[in-house]
Design a protein around this ligand. Sequence first.
Ligand code: HPA
Length: 284
Amino acid sequence: MSEFPTIADLEETVAAIRAKAPGFQPKIGIILGTGLSGMGEQLDESPAKIVMPYAEVPHFAKSTVIGHAGNLLLGYINGVPVMCMQGRFHYYEGYSLNQVTYPVRVMAKMGVKGLVVSNAAGCLNADWQVGDIALITDHINFQGTNPLIGPNKDFFPPYSTRFPDMSDCYDKKMREAVKEVAAKKDLKLREGVYFAMSGPSYETSAEHKFIKIVGGDFVGMSTAPEVIVARHSGLRCVGFSVMTNMCVPGVVADHAVIGDVGRSAGDRLVPLLRDSLPGIAAQL
Ligand code: HPA
């Protein structure tokens, strides 16, 4: 991919995926974050799932962070045809936001209608606990840049306008569908605003204070660019954050611990997502 993706790039990527999964039509795209790659194991074996390492996907970057597998998975979860990114690309890895969000455009070009994103996040709300799962209600993009900067990529009219609307970014109806499932499971589900930083350094205490004041409930280093491009591509989005650490003075943020907490929360998030997928798909 050159500086900006082209329709020809997308067509080449989609052709390579379709060659591996002829006739398969995914409805939902899923991006699995830190420690949540276990969701990839939820893909049914029959009909056979397809695993494509990112190295085999034309124009995909390669994921470099420990704890992030790099595979594109195609198949069914709970009867819903999905296209799943097991591992994502982050801005702090040095990729351009065009590279970070390229898979989202590929999903849209594949005909996906909805996007599920998940991530690990630091928790600003002192009343919540490590391991809590939150539905993202909105985000504040504080990465200092925007994936849509550059010539407008009008790949998905009428959505991909120069100045796309970002209200109801995290689809209310899809959130309701997830909340219904969580209530039936008696699973505690938080809700709040995701605050996106570029990273890779974790925040200072002053930044934590600032994030709280301006309305962030939890903070992470991903998701916002993907959701911006998803909305620009006409996809409806739902997002989950796992509170992997408390952002309070005296608590040190540790990537290894964050990965472990993410994985153990996966034991609750994976079944929640699995059971919610049909309800999410019903909205599309
Ligand atoms: N800050 C930023 N990103 C994160 C954190 C955090 O505390 N925890 C997990 N991802």
